[in-house]
Design a protein around this ligand. Structure first.
Ligand SMILES: *[C@@H]1O[C@H](CO)[C@@H](O)[C@H](O)[C@H]1NC(C)=O
Ligand SMILES: *[C@@H]1O[C@H](CO)[C@@H](O)[C@H](O)[C@H]1NC(C)=O
Ligand SMILES: *[C@@H]1O[C@H](CO)[C@@H](O)[C@H](O)[C@H]1NC(C)=O
Ligand SMILES: *[C@@H]1O[C@H](CO)[C@@H](O)[C@H](O)[C@H]1NC(C)=O
Length: 951
């Protein structure tokens, strides 16, 4: 410690007065001279001037505001010394989770520790072996849970969500995601629209999502500010109480904060979306960006000039000036000061290139490009972005829905990772259901993203990209107590939370779970796609998808573990290799001639001229059948010129007389497009058959058709499997496209009981007589009940049994008994339900929220059930989806029945010619069976075409 020395007073020191007097006068002269000199130079040396003149009244504020310009966002230095979280809810008990297998997020996502975790006061208090001694201060308060080795990860972090702003179910009154008031709106804030009643909060938490960055939509070049929320309910019930470290601007126009700043988030978008909304071109959008940033730059420069004067004490120059600021532009000025995480929706090379140039012109970093379907083609451009390469936030297999997504690839995550670019998987909820964000990481892993990065892609990496990694995204002492306890390895298909903690609070009241096979606790094996990934880059996203070769000669598949075959309507496992037995399947001219033990199938003669393919423990199974999307009716959904288009709807418009007026009925077969990328990818995924109805917007669809997904044109033998399958209509709530539900039902009743003249009448009479299947697309239990009543009415009139299938059917579980009794079939689309609209709000969510899934409930009532896909690019994943449905049923659904859910059942329910022999292709998988994520489809056995396609 320094001592404070007493300063002698003037009178004490002035013992020698005359000498002192002389010195004093000399000092006076010098002092006066100095003062004069000071006065002379004071106009030029403001600091000195300032010393002598009082500061103007606004100086203190101005100086503190100017000083705050040099502050950077981030947590305070002592943040991790906190003992209690700012989000701690009083009364929350400490939790001791014993014996977890913990993925911590550390060591580049490779660290897994077997340990206990103590959660207290909303934070992770300790990790390791936690004994009684450590707990003695908590008395009996601690809730102890033995995890018995279960996998634990930090909570899932969704970097791109519209949860709460584009609400579910979608209702006009809660559709606040996009403003249409201009391309540049940096002053809008997603927080101001956050609906606290979105049905997805609870569902997404049940999928392990604990934190989401809620962004405005992509209709604008600059759509506004995003906000990070935690998804749990709060006692306050307000949007504000859900926020995680909100920036200080939320309740102050120009906060003059002296402490560390908090990160802000800003949404940008380029390409098709902002263009289409404002009738712009890409050139207009990019100019809008530059113009906006130029405005912000000018404000920043005048602030800097003002502050230069203020720091220099040049108050005269600032006499009539206030600090330059503008409430509309302050957020964009903050971008230029590097205090905002800029989240950019951008797809294509041209858009990415544009934004990278803008980031360099105005000198601001981009946190991430979102969607960015072509980012994997331009890694070097990403590396040229200002300050650091942006992360890429992607979908796994969600592509080709519009032109700028056409070159999207399932290999993009691995390719970007190989270039060292941070990879994030995101939901864009409700575009994809954030409850299943983990599934996107699983798919990225299947297609080659390394395990550590795949798990990090939905946890630590997004936490870092949004500037929150000091408290979420890791299991570390002092981090937020957001954890998920899983029922399997997180990358195993169907992994489901057994419990989710947010701020130390368990979120699942009475979670349901099933026992998973032991193999699901290990890192799943995945196929090798090195060649496919290399080809994807070589062909700039459009690698050839046609089979490498086709063979009509004999082919011997060896090391076959299981063979599943169709037997009429069912699927049966006809061969299972015993322990060390080598299984074999012989195919000649596209027909399986023997399946069983190698020794019993393979003869020396055969070996002489057969091709031998080792499938390494693979299997043979029936090809899957797609329904529910417009697969086969065109290439890019949002590009009319690539699509068949929509039929006339006699309920809302006049059908031209030349077409037959109200008696016309359209056949989907006439609008088929072959060789589309979605169809060929479905084929390579084991989905060999597509059944599709004519594309329609309203009530009236037409006649469905069944086709071979691997065909390149309609005239190829076997391209059309069945010209007409069933009659399709849709009953949906009242909208611009359709009159009331009751009007639609009345129309259907009349069409069935009093068929019109013409083709349509004939087909509807066929339905009435029970010769033709009627497929009605609807989800509402009320509409399904009405259709059951109508079915009985029609059966009475015709003295028949009407074949009726409901497609969609997300509320069907509410009427399982009645549906079974009425002999109605169900195709659930999609396999994992989501309450996107009011008419499907009563979904049965399944594990961990309910014991059973809707599909399991229907099957338990002996209803024939099939599974469909909403989007044509999802069809390739159909085998994974039925496998997942079976896993959720915890062994109640066998592999055979699961395969039937995606093949024979779908065909039966859609009027498919199920009994016809020789129509049904078989799929050969390597490394596992068709339901395993580790397997890869390597060949298709085609009896119609009498050959084997080698993929
Ligand atoms: C992180 O992991 C990836 C994939 O396993 C690896 O390629 C990369 O080099 C690792 N990075 C560091 C810094 O270790
Ligand atoms: C304003 O918001 C901040 C969080 O950004 C919060 O800490 C503060 O208490 C709020 N002030 C008022 C007056 O509500
Ligand atoms: C395969 O087809 C060819 C040509 O049609 C025929 O010559 C051959 O006998 C067939 N092989 C078998 C095993 O049926
Ligand atoms: C379903 O079918 C099985 C076997 O045919 C039968 O045992 C069971 O009772 C049926 N369940 C219901 C709910 O009808």
């Amino acid at each position: 410690m320094e001592k404070v020395l007493p300063v002698p007073s003037l009178s004490e020191r002035s013992g020698d007065r005359p000498r002192a007097k002389r010195r004093f006068s000399r000092r006076l002269v010098i002092g006066v001279l100095v003062l004069l000199a000071l006065l002379l130079v004071s106009t030029r040396v403001p600091t000195l001037y300032a010393v002598l003149r009082p500061l103007p009244p606004h100086a203190t504020t101005a100086l503190s505001r100017c000083r705050s310009l040099s502050l950077a966002p981030g947590p305070p230095a002592d943040f991790h010394k906190r003992k209690v979280s700012d989000r701690f809810v009083h009364g929350t008990k400490p939790y001791l989770l014993k014996n977890g297998r913990i993925w911590t997020g550390l060591e580049n996502g490779t660290e897994v520790v077997h340990a206990d975790i103590l959660l207290n006061k909303g934070i992770i208090e300790s990790i390791g072996h936690i004994g009684h001694l450590q707990l003695k201060n908590y008395k009996d308060d601690v809730v102890t849970v033995d995890l018995k080795g279960a996998w634990v990860t930090p909570g899932i972090v969704d970097l791109h969500s519209h949860l709460g702003v584009s609400s579910s179910p979608h209702l006009l009154g809660a559709s606040d995601g996009n403003s249409r008031h201009g391309p540049i709106l940096p002053w809008l804030r997603a927080l101001d629209a956050l609906n606290t009643h979105d049905a997805a909060y609870e569902l997404s938490v049940a999928g392990g999502v604990t934190t989401a960055l809620v962004l405005p939509g992509s209709a604008n070049a600059i759509g506004g500010q995003g906000f990070t929320i935690k998804l749990r309910k709060t006692a306050e019930r307000t949007p504000t109480s859900m926020l995680l470290e909100p920036p200080y601007q939320i309740n102050s126009s120009f906060p003059d904060h002296s402490g560390p700043l908090r990160w802000r988030q800003m949404k940008h978008a380029c390409g098709e979306n902002p263009s289409q909304v404002y009738g712009n071109t890409r050139m207009d959008t990019i100019w809008a960006f530059r113009d906006a940033y130029n405005t912000a730059r000018k404000i920043r420069e005048s602030q800097d000039a003002y502050c230069a004067d203020a720091f220099a004490g040049n108050w005269d120059a600032l006499k009539d000036k206030s600090y330059p600021e503008d409430l509309q532009w302050e957020a964009l000025v903050d971008v230029l000061r590097g205090r905002v995480k800029v989240q950019v929706h951008c797809y294509e090379t041209v858009d990415i290139d544009d934004l990278v140039r803008i980031s360099n012109e105005f000198e601001f970093p981009i946190a991430a490009f979102h969607h960015a379907h072509e980012a994997y083609l331009v890694p070097d451009t990403l590396k040229k972005a200002y300050d650091h390469p942006p992360a890429i936030a992607m979908f796994a297999t969600h592509s080709r829905y519009k032109r700028e997504a056409y070159r999207g690839s399932e290999f993009a995550p691995r390719i970007l990772a190989e270039h060292g670019i941070p990879v994030v998987m995101k939901s864009d909820h409700p575009v994809t259901d954030s409850r299943y964000l983990l599934y996107q990481a699983q798919l990225a892993y299947v297609y080659g993203l390394p395990e550590n990065l795949a798990i990090a892609s939905i946890i630590s990496t997004p936490a870092e990209v949004m500037g929150m990694d000091h408290r979420i995204g890791y299991v570390r002492k002092g981090w937020d107590a957001d954890l998920v306890v899983w029922d399997s390895h997180p990358l195993a298909l169907g992994a489901t939370p057994k419990q989710v903690f947010i701020d130390g609070i368990p979120q699942l009241d009475s979670p349901h779970f099933v026992q998973k096979p032991a193999s699901f606790q290990r890192t799943p094996r995945v196929p090798n796609f090195d060649k496919e990934a290399a080809d994807t880059v070589k062909y700039e996203g459009l690698p050839p998808l046609v089979p490498a070769k086709s063979s009509s000669g004999p082919v011997i598949f060896t090391d076959v573990k299981r063979v599943f075959m169709r037997t009429g309507r069912a699927v049966r496992e006809v061969y299972t290799a015993q322990d060390a037995e080598m299984g074999a399947v012989i195919v000649e001219n596209g027909t399986v001639t023997c399946s069983g033990a190698y020794t019993s199938c393979v003869t020396p003669n055969l070996l002489a001229d057969a091709e031998v393919v080792n499938v390494k423990g693979g299997s043979i199974s029936p090809g899957f059948t797609s329904f529910g999307s417009n697969l086969g009716l065109g290439e890019i959904g949002a590009e009319p010129s690539t699509m068949d288009g929509y039929v006339f709807d006699p309920l809302v418009q006049k059908v031209p007389a030349i077409l037959g007026g109200d008696g016309a009925i359209i056949r989907a077969v006439d609008g088929l497009t072959f060789g589309t990328r979605n169809a060929l990818l479905a084929y390579r995924g084991g989905v060999t058959k597509g059944i599709t109805a004519p594309a329609h917007r309203g009530f009236y669809a037409g006649l469905g058709t069944s086709f071979f997904t691997g065909a390149m044109n309609r005239l190829e033998p076997g391209a059309i499997l069945q010209e007409v399958t069933a009659v399709h209509i849709t009953v949906r709530p009242y909208s611009a496209a359709v009159p009331s539900i009751s009007t639609q039902i009345a129309t259907l009743r009349r069409m069935l009981l009093h068929p019109v003249d013409g083709d349509a009448g004939e087909w509807f009479r066929g339905v009435g007589k029970g010769r033709v299947t009627l497929v009605v697309e609807t989800d509402s239990a009320d509409i399904i009940a009405t259709l059951i009543t109508l079915k009985k009415e029609v059966e009475k009139a015709y003295d028949s049994t009407v074949k009726m299938t409901i497609a969609g059917a997300l509320e069907a579980h509410l009427l399982a008994k009645e549906i079974a009794e009425a002999g109605v079939g169900i195709i659930q689309v999609p396999s994992q339900p989501f309450p996107a609209a009011w008419e499907m709000r009563r979904i049965l969510p399944g594990l961990p929220l309910t014991e059973q899934s809707s599909i399991a409930v229907l099957l338990a009532h002996n209803v024939t059930v099939g599974v469909g896909s909403v989007q044509p690019y999802d069809v390739r994943n159909l085998p994974f989806e039925v496998a997942w449905v079976a896993l959720d049923a915890g062994g109640e659904i066998s592999k055979e029945d699961a395969i039937a859910l995606g093949s024979t059942n779908v065909e039966v329910l859609l009027g498919g010619d199920i009994e016809a022999d020789g129509l049904h292709d078989m799929v050969v998988t390597e490394g596992g069976d068709i339901l395993d994520m580790q397997s890869k489809v390597v060949a298709v056995i085609s009896p119609t075409r009498q050959l084997v396609d080698m993929l």
